[in-house]
Design a protein around this ligand. Structure first.
Ligand SMILES: Cc1cc2nc3c(=O)[nH]c(=O)nc-3n(C[C@H](O)[C@H](O)[C@H](O)COP(=O)(O)OP(=O)(O)OC[C@H]3O[C@@H](n4cnc5c(N)ncnc54)[C@H](O)[C@@H]3O)c2cc1C
Length: 438
């Protein structure tokens, strides 16, 4: 059963105490093993601290200032991205980078240096952070920016919450005409076509993403739907009506996972063949475009009481097609994959963080219901493939990568270690650095 403070994958396990941070002016508690906790949208154990303390930062939810002329917002780090949109969009400003859920805090977005569908244009979240304040367990506060304490800035962006508590940040938002996006979607038959469309789309389309039919085998392996969009002009959306604010909630946790081979194949086939899969000049409201999963609250419960793993890897462009095909083959053969397999390309805008995950190439993400040793063996095999081409696995989604794999994916981890607060740690960090439990 998932407890308060659990992560999005709801894997059973971590026993930890939650201590709220009520004000950005407070000192940190005197505890030997602490970790900031945002909104628990990380899937695995990078936001978990078994045997230690989670510092609940969500109550740091005050705006300090917002300049509607420049789009600079100054806020506490527990503010959700959804709350920024609610405040700034009416003045014509949007998030410069957004992950696939808007229920993420600013602190969490910085600590995982999150990416979105516009990575090829905008890089990752940290590229748009102007500065932040970092509170350490000794009571000191460091103001960090690309020009002030820049080494701490680079360690904290993508720094997995380990360098201290981010209590306040300034972010540069992006100018938009309104809440609408205009674009198209089309089917592709295999990964070769995916890469061709992705390359052709980069110059003209700000947002690109694809869904892959993970039931596809043989000639159908790697088929999917490619979606691309740009922010629409006010004129293009003049007659458009926003969708209702209604959302569904997964009412209970089924006793066993509702995901199995049959439901999986059926869903993937239906999704691929659905009439709306091909569209031109489609007008999307930002909510269904960026956050389709947010419309079902607590959808993560459908995986049952044992929870699920997410696997997200990035592989360099050279050799990407062959290695991703091999991954899809293995996932298909295992029958252990999930509904939504997302594929997109990462561009060349360099992320700032010492441990940032995005790197040029392609990134693939999908969920796996937790079926114990079988699931872990498959993920290990995917890891071997990722390593064989010099790729990496995303810590924000991970709950099981080995220390050897992590140290291979993130060779700067030793440089990073010297910025870790002596009283901060996480279940993830102890695992990948082979440190005993808190
Ligand atoms: C449906 C869904 C879709 C997603 N899509 C994407 C995607 O497209 N791209 C992507 O990059 N990610 C994606 N994610 C992952 C998610 O964006 C990240 O895991 C994000 O960091 C979660 O933020 P959070 O506020 O929930 O923080 P948590 O998950 O609670 O914590 C994340 C990390 O931030 C640290 N942290 C939190 N607050 C602070 C603070 N104030 N100071 C210092 N450290 C802090 C924690 O210690 C932890 O290491 C998705 C997740 C879901 C559930």
């Amino acid at each position: 059963m998932a407890a308060a403070g659990s992560s999005w994958g709801r894997l059973p396990g971590a026993a930890q105490r939650l201590l709220p941070i009520a004000s950005r002016h407070d000192r940190l508690p005197d505890e030997p093993a602490m970790l900031p906790f945002g909104n628990g949208r990380s899937y695995g154990d990078s936001c978990q601290n078994d045997g230690g303390v989670l510092l609940k930062a969500r109550m740091l939810d005050r705006y300090i200032s917002f300049d509607p002329a420049s789009g600079v917002i100054d806020l506490e780090a527990g503010v959700l991205l959804s709350e920024i949109i609610d405040l700034a969009l009416p003045s014509g400003w949007f998030l410069p980078v957004t992950p696939g859920t808007r229920f993420v805090t600013v602190g969490g977005a910085i600590a995982n240096d999150v990416h979105g569908k516009n990575h090829h244009r905008a890089g990752s979240f940290g590229n748009h952070v102007l500065d932040f304040e970092l509170l350490r367990s000794d009571g000191s506060v460091r103001r960090c920016s690309p020009t002030e304490n820049s080494d701490w800035f680079d360690a904290t962006i993508g720094g997995l919450g380990l360098t201290g508590l981010i209590r306040r940040a300034r972010v540069q938002l992006k100018r938009v005409a309104g809440p609408w996006l205009i674009g198209d979607s089309r089917r592709f038959a295999n990964l070769r076509e995916f890469f061709a469309i992705a390359t052709e789309s980069e110059a003209d389309w700000e947002y690109t993403v694809a869904w892959i039919d993970c039931s596809g085998t043989g000639r159908r392996l790697g088929r999917g739907i490619f979606i691309r969009g740009n922010h629409a002009s006010a004129q293009a959306a003049v007659d458009a009506r926003p969708p209702g604010n209604g959302s569904l909630r997964m009412p209970f946790t089924p006793p066993v996972s509702a995901i199995n081979g049959l439901s999986l194949t059926a869903f993937n086939k239906l999704y691929y063949h659905r009439p709306g899969a091909v569209a031109t000049d489609a007008l999307w409201h930002y909510r269904p475009f960026f956050y389709p999963l947010d419309s079902i609250h607590e959808w993560n419960r459908m995986y049952g009481p044992d929870g699920f793993y997410q696997y997200q890897c990035a592989v360099p462009e050279a050799g990407a097609e062959a290695v991703l095909e091999e991954m899809l083959r293995r996932i298909g053969e295992s029958g252990l994959g999930s509904f939504l397999l997302v594929l997109k390309t990462f561009g060349t805008v360099a992320s700032r963080g010492l441990l940032s995950f995005p790197r040029p190439g392609a990134t693939l993400a999908l969920d796996f219901p937790n079926r114990g040793a079988r699931t872990l063996a498959l993920l290990e095999a995917l890891d071997d493939l990722t390593r064989s081409v010099g790729g990496a696995v995303y810590p924000a989604k991970d709950a099981r990568m080995s220390a050897a794999a992590f140290q291979h994916y993130f060779p700067r981890w030793r440089d990073f270690s010297r910025f870790v607060d002596p009283k901060f740690t996480s279940s993830f960090w102890r695992r990948v650095t082979e440190t005993p439990n808190a």
